[in-house]
Design a binder for this molecule. Sequence first.
Ligand code: 6PG
Length: 470
Amino acid sequence: MGDGDCSIGLVGLGTMGRNLVLNMADHGFAVAVYNRTGEKTREFMEQEVGGRKIHPGYTLAEFVGHLQGPRAIIILVSAGPPVDAVIDELLPFLSPGDLIIDGGNSFFRDTDRRGRTLAAKGLLYLGLGVSGGEAGARHGPSLMPGGPPAAYERVRAILEAAAAKVQGELCVAYLGGGAAGHFVKMVHNGIEYAVMELLAEAYDLLRRGLGLSPGEIAGIYEEWNRGELASYLVEIASPVLRRVDEKTGQPLIDLILDQARQKGTGKWTSQEAMDLQVPTPGIDTAVMMRDLSGYKAEREAAARVLQGPPPVFPGDRQAFIRQLGRSLYAAMVLAFAQGLALLQRASQVYDYRLDLATVARIWRGGCIIRAALLEDIRAAYQARPDLEHLLLDPRLGREVMARLPNLRAVTAAAAAAGIPAPGLMVSLAYYDALRSARLPANLIQAQRDYFGAHTYERTDIAGTFHTHWD
Ligand code: 6PG
């Protein structure tokens, strides 16, 4: 059993790969597996496979031999050169019409390049964003495929079976051509960075500003998760904050070094947003704060000399917690709005033809940024697919507006207490800039013209002007 029987193959038995294989096999698909080191394959076969239809290949020839033609192979290895290496190794074993699917967090320009190179060889290529971590891969991830429609159709049944479902609806859909899938996944991660920064700031305000214990803060996140903030990232904050370190008996969160790492997807989102001239300040700020967190020694040195106000909030504590929850909702909507604005622009520039209601739909389950508010976001784009900006949706605009007094109060309190809350602050500034029919960019234009004769346009007369300022 096995030879030529498998409808899908998977290369790369890391955490995501192993779990995705088990997921597909549980849905009745025979899966061929291969890993660079055979030891890992052996271990997987012995410890996890059970009676499932999973067939190991200890050489690529053996692996490819398990697959029905035309073949479909998912690669789940680290983004970057390892993906090219696996493709190069596979090529001699493949025939025209075979399909390679990259399920990693690949940079979308790499996906474009690989798609073109493989198309020239008669092969199909699908860039597949996979979100949801280990549990998602095992029990239902959100899947973001992009590439030739025919490539998607070939594996549609498998992806639909493996994907998360929310109220009977699938968290997978064909998104668009080229690297559309990996672009959407990149922006998903950018939003993930922004939301995580906001949740970290809220924790800091509660911990330092109100002096609450991690356990008390966990209770607040639990409460928040029962309301409008309901989302995966808010949900997992509570068990994280409640975890007690076995070695010391202290809250583990207090012992974790305050330096956030990153693999680059958030930074790519910001870089791409700047290239496309789409403002995404919440995402940029989140990347900036992860970078700043890395300067631990400098921060410790500065903490000894640079003065600030006492980091405490006077006033009604319960009122502050309520205001903070409402601020988080507004800032979360704004983070999604920025990511979706980037997707909208990229869709025009790269001709992805994204349907943002579909993107919101497949993000409602399985993925890291799944949140109750995605239901409203989806409804907004369903009602108006060409909505210029998420905040122009009457309902979401109204909901955010109603919480702006809270966001103003919370950011003012953070500023007064000297507790950094740049994600919340920049959300407020973005909102205020967005609703400013007139911004001070006129002075920037005048100065550019003053020192560089860069010219300017006028509000009252058409044309381009230059003033001899001296
Ligand atoms: C997901 C996650 C996943 C991964 C991130 C972490 O959607 O399942 O986003 O892709 O955990 O890459 O990214 P950083 O290491 O950059 O924080």
